[in-house]
Design a binder for this molecule. Structure first.
Ligand code: CDP
Ligand code: CDP
Length: 220
């Protein structure tokens, strides 16, 4: 039987991937994979176990033995709800370091592919279209200029009651972009057959509609 259809949404941090992926999935009645959460969960589990971030074999073992469960908006690590904890900046930074290890990426590969179930999956991350689902029906590479992304992130933080300096956010974002695009394994890059969509001047609703239009335009 043919595998379930997949729409991949890759792109840099704060380009809107997560928000847009959830809305596209809702519109189609499909499931969603937040692949970044798996890297964050690996990082949190390693931090909890006191594993050294530079010890690749040890972090890869953590990824191989990760005990996680996704249930709607909830994420459980070894039975504990860690939905908020994995969003911490420290966890995100650790995640972007361990995501450069080939052993970690390999350990998470089949786990990500297991999310592909009927009627379909919207997967967001950095390498969904290039490595994890190279045969996806539709690949989107979502970009936005770094100032727009830093402003979005600042607004997000302010809504959570956290004050943030735009220059600090810009610096962190450029560092994260450099680390994601320059790593040797699965660097952030559009697949050859991806639609590059610039959302710098698009609302969330316009971005979602553009992706649904791409999907409708595919002959079936
Ligand atoms: O919130 P942000 O976009 O910064 O991060 P995320 O999507 O939650 O992912 C956390 C980290 O995992 C990123 O910095 C990426 O380096 C890494 N990641 C990856 O390497 N491959 C993926 N498919 C998803 C995330
Ligand atoms: O998943 P990723 O890190 O790519 O981004 P996100 O967390 O989905 O989006 C970052 C922020 O940008 C959220 O607060 C979104 O509401 C906002 N956003 C926006 O203002 N305009 C868009 N076209 C897309 C996202």
């Amino acid at each position: 039987s043919t595998p379930a259809p997949v729409i991949t949404i890759d792109g840099p941090t704060a380009s809107g991937k997560g928000t847009v992926a959830h809305r596209v999935a809702k519109a189609l009645g499909w499931a969603v994979l937040d692949s970044g959460a798996l890297y964050r969960l690996t990082a949190l589990a390693a931090l909890n176990r006191g594993v050294d971030a530079a010890d690749e074999p040890a972090v890869a073992r953590v990824a191989e033995t990760l005990d996680v469960r996704f249930d709607g908006p909830h994420v459980y690590l070894e039975g504990a709800d860690v939905g908020h904890e994995i969003r911490r900046e420290e966890v995100g930074n650790f995640a972007s370091r361990v995501a450069a290890f080939p052993g970690v990426r390999q350990a998470l590969l089949e786990r990500q592919r297991a999310f592909r179930l009927a009627p379909g999956l919207v997967a967001d991350g950095r390498d969904m279209g290039t490595v994890v689902f190279p045969d996806a029906s539709l690949k989107v590479f979502l970009v936005a200029d770094v100032v727009a992304r830093a402003e979005r992130r600042r607004k997000q933080l302010i809504e959570k009651g956290i004050s943030a300096n735009l220059d600090d956010l810009l610096r962190d974002m450029r560092e994260r972009d450099a680390r994601d695009t320059q790593r040797a394994t699965a660097p952030l890059a559009p697949a050859a057959d991806a639609h590059v969509l610039d959302s710098s001047n698009l609302t969330i609703a316009e971005t979602v509609q553009a992706i649904l239009d791409f999907w409708q335009a595919i002959p079936r």
